[in-house]
Write a protein of this length. Structure first.
Length: 255
């Protein structure tokens, strides 16, 4: 079985694949201070809850935007007797990166592009609702053209709470109307419908740049907040990054 790690700034998403089937799927908090032994024990607990064991793992692939944890999870893989595939600009992916400095591109962006091209075709736009909200542009010929990055909706909500003396940290759900009748509804209207407007505006601009009718795929933790309130998202795929990691592993499988 293949173990995939998508290591982000806030969460680590873990996928266990049995062939092409996602057999297990977990999300844990990112803690850079944890050791490989602590993460290994945590993994064993997650496996046991789902009826699996570390002995079932025959391969490891990881994408990390937290450099201190990259080596930690390489050691986790070594503890599983696996040589990990660490996704980066030099990793074979089949996607041409048409950006100024490919080394600046997050490995999760590469994984999303690979999965999108394979599953949804091109041209395409990937909207990833995570710590940041990112918009990846993929050309009709499969080239990765670049990305737009905006603050994530959680960051925006927390900034309002921390930088103002009388505003609340509210639940990110759409209010009854975009015209708030109280403080909570007003914040929810600005955050949720404001981000809907951001997404719709960026998607329209990216489609104009791509010069063709692009499929728009949404992924990430907060896709469920935005997707019901707009028609500009064609597909919702919460496991897009994990699927991309599996596909990249297949192209770079250690001998």
């Amino acid at each position: 079985m293949l173990l995939a790690f998508d290591i982000g700034n806030v969460h680590i998403v873990i996928g266990l694949f049995d062939g092409e089937r996602l057999a297990g799927h977990w999300t844990i908090a990112t803690r850079a201070e944890r050791t490989q032994d602590e993460y290994f024990v945590l993994l064993e607990s997650l496996f046991q809850m789902s009826g699996y064991s570390a002995r079932d793992v025959g391969g490891v692939v990881l994408a990390s935007v937290v450099p201190p944890l990259t080596r930690t999870f390489e050691r986790v893989a070594e503890g599983l007797a696996c040589t990990p595939v660490v996704v980066g600009p030099g990793t074979r992916s089949g996607v041409r990166l048409r950006i100024d400095n490919p080394r600046e591109l997050g490995p999760d962006r590469i994984a999303n592009a690979v999965a999108t091209i394979r599953q949804y075709g091109t041209p395409a736009i990937v909207v990833d609702f995570a710590t940041a909200t990112t918009f990846d542009a993929i050309a009709a010929n499969g080239d990765y053209l670049g990305v737009a990055i905006a603050p994530g909706i959680d960051i925006a909500a927390e900034a309002l709470f921390r930088q103002t003396s009388q505003l609340l940290l509210v639940e990110l759900t759409p209010p009854p109307s975009p015209i708030g009748r109280n403080t909570v509804q007003s914040l929810q209207a600005g955050l949720v419908y404001g981000y809907v407007g951001l997404v719709e505006g960026m998607v329209a601009r990216l489609k104009a740049e791509l010069g063709a009718e692009a499929t728009v795929i949404a992924t990430g933790d907060r896709a469920e907040v935005i997707a019901p309130n707009t028609t500009c998202l064609d597909r919702i795929d919460p496991n897009l990054t994990l699927t991309g990691l599996r596909l990249i592993y297949e192209m770079n499988r250690p001998a």
